[in-house]
Design a protein around this ligand. Structure first.
Ligand code: NAD
Ligand code: DAU
Length: 356
């Protein structure tokens, strides 16, 4: 088991990153946790209000592609662990702006790796660079089968190709320079603080405003859903106990067709909003499919279960109910992230380097 003094979490103001930061700050009070984030449209310090005044929490605004900024932050904090989540994460945006994804996800990761190599300078004892990645690097499954750690990479969107590039760079730094790395590839997360461009918060937000619910294609695509805290628990185990140079697949064994999930959300929202059953389903609209839309993702997480003792705890019914409650109780958060007002505020409050 590794133990750390200073952990840098990149992308700590995003959806999963903010849960990781909160978890580490509260659980490891003698460890300094540094949130390194550019605060793009997806990064929001409001996600961390409840831990921002903790004595072991620090925030640095920087772009991961900026060599000088990353070098300075590494020098300042001397991290022994880097948990790398910063990314452009939305597949639809990657179809409109592929180069942004290559810059952040591939070049940004290369820069973080390179600066880690320079900082640690061959003294790798007790150090780890942890790449948090996605199951989408494996491509798309048919009706049967699962992705495991030996599945060949076959990314099919600019997002997944940029994450695959990043994963390959992480492996290359391990094999070529001996950098102590670990990678995990996780399935679809959901829960509080997820930006409402992703399916589950988008559906909740649209129902609460009586807006149409766009379902791509015929809604038969399948995703393997995992409640975000279960992913955070896995990240905690992997960073402390994962074998260096290894990959761990993390998934919920919780497959649903999109249309089935949307129906489920509609019915739960009708109950929660005291509406007649069936009212929200009337908002469903089948729309043009996502180009290159991957059919099915499903994860075999036997390795992380056997080696690290990780299991998902939150069942979908409980997870969706918690998520709906959170979004309905946090309308101000939703209003801020969708209005763009917070983005203007942060642009005034924090300057970002020339590369950013
Ligand atoms: P997110 O979009 O909610 O957050 C991304 C964060 O990265 C934001 O805070 C953003 O400001 C920051 N960021 C973006 N570009 C940056 C840059 N150039 N420099 C510094 N910071 C930058 O993403 P998420 O859904 O929380 O995903 C986090 C990570 O987990 C990503 O690497 C993603 O590929 C991976 N992942 C996500 C899921 C999922 O279902 N959401 C599943 C598996 C893996
Ligand atoms: O599998 C892990 C990945 O899951 C992560 O790496 C990504 O960062 C994350 O965004 C997510 O990717 P998906 O493309 O699977 O998630 P999204 O929420 O965008 O879409 C889920 C499914 O719902 C997908 O099949 C597309 C469909 N969809 C999505 C939206 C936004 C719709 O039918 N309508 C929509 O409006």
């Amino acid at each position: 088991m590794r133990s750390f003094k200073n952990i840098i979490v990149t992308g700590g103001a995003g959806f999963i990153g903010s849960h990781v930061v909160r978890h580490l700050v509260r659980k490891y009070t003698d460890v300094r946790v540094i949130n390194l984030d550019k605060l793009t449209y997806a990064g929001n310090l409001e996600n961390l209000r409840d831990v921002e005044s903790a004595s072991n929490y620090e925030f640095e605004r920087a772009c991961i592609t900026d060599e000088a900024a990353i070098e300075a932050i590494y020098q300042k904090y001397q991290p022994d662990a880097i948990i790398h989540l910063a990314a452009e994460s939305h597949v639809d945006r990657s179809i409109h702006s592929p180069l942004e994804f290559v810059k952040t996800n591939a070049i940004g990761t290369a820069n973080l790796l390179n600066q880690a190599r320079l900082l640690w300078d061959g003294d790798y004892t007790g150090k780890v660079f942890y790449q948090v990645s996605t199951d989408e690097v494996y491509g798309s499954l048919g009706a049967s089968g699962y992705f495991n750690e030996d599945t060949a990479y076959d990314p099919r969107s600019p997002y997944s190709a940029s994450k695959a590039s990043a994963d390959h760079l992480v492996s290359a730094y391990h094999h070529t320079f001996g950098l102590p790395v670990v990678i995990s590839n996780c399935s679809n997360n959901y829960g509080p603080y997820q930006f409402p461009e992703k399916l589950i918060p988008l559906i909740i937000n649209n129902i609460s405003h009586g807006k149409d619910l766009p379902v791509y294609g015929d809604g038969s695509n399948v995703r393997d859903w995992l409640y975000v805290q279960d992913h955070v628990d896995a990240i905690d185990l992997v960073v402390h106990k994962g074998q260096l140079g290894e990959t761990y697949n993390i998934g919920g064994h919780n497959e649903h067709q999109n249309i089935e999930l949307v129906h489920n959300l509609c019915d739960l929202m009708d109950q929660r909003m005291n509406q007649p059953q069936g009212q929200s389903r009337q908002l469903i609209r089948f729309v043009k499919d996502r180009p290159g839309h991957d059919k099915r993702y499903a994860i075999d997480s036997a390795k992380v279960q056997m080696e690290l003792g990780w299991y998902p705890h939150v069942k979908i019914k409980e997870g969706l109910a918690k998520t709906i409650d959170w979004y309905l109780d946090n309308k101000e958060w939703l209003q801020h992230v969708t209005s763009g007002a917070y983005q203007k505020y942060y642009d005034k409050m924090y300057k970002v380097g020339a590369d950013g």
